[in-house]
Design a protein around this ligand. Sequence first.
Ligand code: TUI
Length: 314
Amino acid sequence: MIKSAVTEMLGIEWPVFQGGMAWIADGRLAAAVSNAGGLGIIAAGNAPADYVQKQIETARSLTEKPFGVNIMLMSPYADDIAALVAREHVRVVTTGAGNPGKYMKMWKDAGIIVIPVVASTAMAKLMTRAGADALIAEGGESGGHIGELTTMVLVPQIVDATSLPVIAAGGIADGRGVAAAFMLGAQAVQMGTRFLSAKECTISDAYREKVLKAGDLCTVVTGRRLGHPVRSLKTPFARNYAKAEYSDISDEELEAMGTGALRKAVVDGDVEHGCFLAGQIATVVNKVESAEEIVHSVIEEAEPLLKGAAKWVK
Ligand code: TUI
């Protein structure tokens, strides 16, 4: 049994969050993870509020346990979804890709537990002062939109910069990662890539196959030129995008190249034009399991590692 300030605060059994992956983390996946004793999270991504509302209804029909909604702050619908989660009194809100400061009062007044993703100590301090309940420290090993620092260096610095409990994310997909995160001072973990292999995760077969087959050097970061670095699997799309980034095309054209590419990967399984977001740890994800098997196995692996840590001290 691994308990911490995070399991206490949320009333969950295990300190395992499922990352709010745009286009992927729907009400069904979130409910499956929450039913397994972790924290399932619905991703709003770039979707409009009525989509998110439907996913909240789906999750509520499938679980009595707490779940969260992740708001991608670069979304054109961020304001609408921020208001929706307050109206719906969603238990937990996580945020990504920006500063959620302007929504904090509304969410706290609605009794929501607010857990922003931070990629720097400055943001961690700002969010602590703004009234966040915990912080997710997400390193650049993650898939999707990433910050500069790796999990190994980010987590201890965030732990030192805040009095709040910290959830580690980025590069964690098994019990070794969970144990290491706790050693760095985290009190829970968030995994995204590992849940791409979950039975309840409704991605295209091509997406799942690519993750299951991924090797250690299979991801690449694109988008630095536009100030939004994004990690994805090396595919024709990623290679073309990387090339275009160093060409003389305009920023607008470059931006347009990315539009719709995640949908093409998730929904259509288009291996030529799709953008297959995944973290560097994809290489250790090699079998399809239920969300419950995933949550339970990472905890079962982590427990003896944490208990056995004393063997190193003579
Ligand atoms: O947000 C993520 N991961 C994402 S969002 C996403 S959708 C997207 N697609 C294309 C381009 C851009 C986004 C796919 N994956 N992770 C959490 C995260 N948040 N990583 C980094 C940050 C972050 C970045 C800057 C958090 C705060 C922040 O602060 C900005 C500021 O104002 O200082």
